[in-house]
Design a binder for this molecule. Structure first.
Ligand code: SAH
Length: 249
């Protein structure tokens, strides 16, 4: 039997947000490859399934390991959190294909979509992504901080709702504060800002504030930060961005 590689995402955390297509791929897998805590979210499907848990930062090495296993005839599933294509393993797999053994290009490789953190976070508070929006990762492991600041300013100038992934880590405590400074120089102080922690899980927590009052210390690595557009507003206990540019009709 020839090998295959499917890249899946577990969704934001709770089992119901894993798609049936992802569950079907997991049930067929002989080998699961991924960051340990993501593999722990997956219930054991079969006794002959091998789990290759690795460190969160060793993404390219993990992708190469998965491709080697598939080339050796195994049914491999690479597991990410959220959606596998959003700041996650799917791109690492294709980067490994591009730079690796040319024979890997003939492999049966497929990506299953998942529920990304931004969508789970938006659903916790209403519909803040109801208009045009963008997603920016604040991690500068793979890009320069100057690039991030340029994108933040451009997104603010274009009045997108901005979803910030990877807002903070112990290795990078000051970046979210610097990001807020950039955004404050362009956007109004009363712009809604949402800190959504553990979105789409039973432990979900929401802090709704404004850009002027936003404190970077409110975010950790399990937080998704949403910064509104000029039209983003509160209604009752919800926050939403209308689909139209004008006032409510
Ligand atoms: N592939 C993932 C994102 C990986 S980047 C996805 O599609 O969701 C990791 C970042 O995602 C975290 O630092 C955090 O900003 C965000 N994140 C992941 N799960 C989250 C959750 N349940 N609630 C809030 N933010 C989350």
């Amino acid at each position: 039997m020839s090998g295959s590689l499917v890249v899946v995402g577990t969704g934001p955390g709770k089992a119901e947000l894993m798609t049936p297509a992802t569950l079907a791929a997991l049930a067929k897998a002989t080998d699961l490859v991924g960051y340990g805590p993501y593999l722990d979210r997956i219930p054991p499907a079969r006794s002959d399934q091998h789990r290759h848990a690795s460190d969160n930062r060793a993404e390219l090495a993990r992708a190469r390991q998965a491709l080697s296993l598939a080339a050796a005839g195994r049914q491999v599933v690479v597991v990410s959190g959220g959606d596998p294509g959003v700041f996650a393993m799917a791109a690492a797999v294709f980067e490994a294909v591009e730079t690796g053994d040319p024979a890997w290009q003939a492999l049966d490789i497929r990506v299953e979509p998942g529920v990304t953190a931004m969508l789970a976070a938006a659903a916790e508070v209403g519909a803040p992504l109801g208009g045009d929006f963008c997603a920016i990762s604040l991690s500068d492991n793979l890009k320069a901080w100057a690039t991030i600041e340029h994108r933040l300013r451009s997104a603010a100038q274009a009045d997108f709702v901005i979803a910030l992934y990877n807002p903070a880590s112990r290795a990078r405590p000051h970046q979210l504060a610097r990001a807020f400074e950039q955004l404050r120089s362009i956007k109004a102080g009363d712009t809604p800002v949402l800190f959504v922690r553990a979105a789409g899980t039973p432990e979900a927590q929401v802090l709704a504030t404004t850009l002027a009052a936003a404190d970077a210390a409110s975010a950790d690595m399990r937080t998704l930060v949403i910064v509104g557009a000029s039209t983003t507003r509160r209604v009752g206990r919800w926050v939403y961005t209308p689909r139209s540019e004008g006032p409510a009709s």
